[in-house]
Design a protein around this ligand. Structure first.
Ligand SMILES: CC(C)(COP(=O)(O)OP(=O)(O)OC[C@H]1O[C@@H](n2cnc3c(N)ncnc32)[C@H](O)[C@@H]1OP(=O)(O)O)[C@@H](O)C(=O)NCCC(=O)NCCS
Length: 145
């Protein structure tokens, strides 16, 4: 199943809601770039990238419950990392309450929340949407200059 850019916001919100992820800051024309698998009518997977200069926030990753375990999540993360690398991002940060082990397998490492760059710390996801129990992680994808 191929990954496509800009799934409709309605389909994104529907899948995220079914997966019990936050949607309150997602709207048309927002700063998050979404990628999806399936079609707008039947979105099977979604992932979002919020770029901030040389770093990005990975967020809103969900695969439809009936399609988990088919490597779609892994493929969506790989696609996001590819796009991030092509657009000059050096590091990808994320917060997760539910998928720490999934991300560890993909090369992300845990970081203390107070090690977050300022631009990441001021995102709504960081400030409001993820509980304090969420694990903060990073993957460096480009060489440091
Ligand atoms: C987390 C999620 C996106 C994974 O999607 P998926 O398509 O089922 O994952 P994949 O099939 O690509 O799995 C890739 C690998 O990670 C493993 N894996 C999947 N989910 C895992 C989890 N929760 N914990 C540990 N390992 C996991 C798989 O076994 C697989 O391992 P392999 O490469 O050795 O075969 C999916 O479970 C989901 O939508 N969860 C609910 C929403 C959520 O928690 N999102 C994360 C918010 S940050």
């Amino acid at each position: 199943m191929t990954v496509f850019s800009d799934p409709s916001i309605d389909s994104v919100k529907k899948l995220l809601t079914l997966s019990e992820l936050a949607v309150s800051d997602i709207h048309d024309g927002g700063s998050v770039r979404f990628f999806g698998c399936g079609t707008n009518a039947e979105l099977v997977g979604v992932i979002g990238l919020e770029p901030y200069g040389r770093v990005g926030l990975l967020r809103s990753l969900a695969v439809d419950a009936s399609r988990r375990g088919e490597n779609l999540g892994k493929r969506l993360v790989a696609h996001l990392e590819h796009v991030a690398g092509e657009t000059g991002l050096r590091s990808i940060y994320l917060l997760t309450d539910t998928a720490q082990h999934f991300f560890l397998r993909l090369g992300y490492v845990r970081l203390a929340r107070d090690e977050a760059p300022e631009v990441i710390r001021t995102t709504e996801e960081f400030r409001c949407l993820c509980p304090d129990s969420a694990v903060f992680m990073v993957k460096h994808i480009g060489s440091e200059e």
